[in-house]
Design a protein around this ligand. Structure first.
Ligand code: CP
Ligand code: NVA
Length: 310
């Protein structure tokens, strides 16, 4: 545990529903006051966020960087191979050293156990900026986006169609934390692990699994998907073959509720997991969703540093 009421943001499983709601309320408040409002004297003035990227990023990198600045703080961009980490310095020592210099650490690293080791050894908040297992910051932005377009997500239905990956795992966690129905269609070979689904069900989530994309989108208020080949995945050809029937196209969207929105964390591959017609069409909210990474992350940063409502 951290001193002074500070907290890590590692996964939706590790934060209560009430605290996640505080983060989203803070995100919405900061979105209203928006840019420049605090520059130089904001709630995180004088604070420095170190950002470690072991893998590429556009949205996560830019939204944390700009978000931190908009709250009056500063960022340091570090890549794994520019650090001694790339030459074998341990994650634990890296955590101890960085904790002496900076006020928080955001990390994107495929190895989830490295994230946990960083958090265990850091004395400043650690934020999960994507691992192979989860992507909680993305789903905070997604819940925020859904609610801006369709009102409270509790009791609504979200359909995920495609691969099982980090983004789906955080959707599954969120179904328990935010009380919506989650309907998941994947090829059986790529179905989510039952321990993940059982965790959510034990925590009250309604999660339906199927191998039929049309069954998943029935009654859905939101249809969402993601790339067929995530960072660190091999067997790209096998995945493409298995996932072809899970493309989100106009015909599939027409089987969801008529006012369903389409979300995608991006980057997208048009005419693979989603057709251009859908992602560039009237039901798509993907750029609102991308923008909300900024606002949701400001909520997360403020919450982690004990500065929400400041
Ligand atoms: N959605 C998302 O995390 O995008 P980046 O990989 O660009 O950060
Ligand atoms: N599932 C994707 C998300 C990218 C933001 C990946 O892990 O590559």
């Amino acid at each position: 545990t951290l001193a002074d009421g500070k907290r890590h943001f590692l996964d939706l499983t590790e934060v209560s529903g009430a605290d996640l709601r505080i983060v989203l309320d803070e995100a919405a408040r900061l979105k209203r006051v928006r840019r420049g409002a605090f520059r130089g004297e904001g709630p995180l003035a004088g604070k420095v966020l170190a950002m470690i990227f072991e893998r590429p990023s556009t949205r996560t990198r830019v939204s944390f960087d700009v978000g931190m600045r908009e709250l009056g703080g500063e960022t340091l961009m570090l890549t794994g191979d520019e650090m001694q980490l790339g030459r074998g310095e341990t994650i634990a020592d890296t955590a101890r050293v960085l904790s002496r210099f900076v006020d928080a650490i955001m990390i994107r690293i495929l190895d989830h156990s490295a994230l946990l080791e960083l958090a265990e050894n850091a004395t400043v908040p650690v934020i999960n900026g994507l691992t192979k297992l989860s992507h909680p910051c993305q789903i905070m932005a997604d819940v925020m986006t859904f609610e801006e377009h369709r009102g409270p997500i509790a009791g609504k239905t979200v359909a995920w169609v495609g691969d099982t990956n980090n983004v789906l795992a955080s959707w599954i966690h969120a179904a328990a934390r935010f009380d919506f129905h989650l309907r998941i269609a994947t090829p059986p070979e790529l179905a989510p692990k039952m321990d993940l689904v059982n965790w959510a069900r034990r925590h009250g989530a309604s999660v339906h699994l199927t191998a039929d994309a049309y069954e998943a989108v029935e009654g859905a208020d939101c249809v969402t998907t993601d790339t067929w080949v995530s960072m660190g995945d091999d067997e790209s050809e096998r995945r493409h073959n298995l996932l072809k029937p899970f493309q989100v196209n106009a015909r599939l969207m027409a089987a969801a509720n008529p006012d369903a929105i389409f979300m995608h964390c991006l980057p997208a591959h048009r005419d693979e997991e989603v057709t251009g017609e859908v992602i560039d069409g009237p039901q798509s909210v993907v750029f609102d969703e991308a923008e909300n990474r900024l606002h949701a992350q400001k909520g997360v940063l403020a919450w982690c540093l004990g500065a929400e409502g400041v």
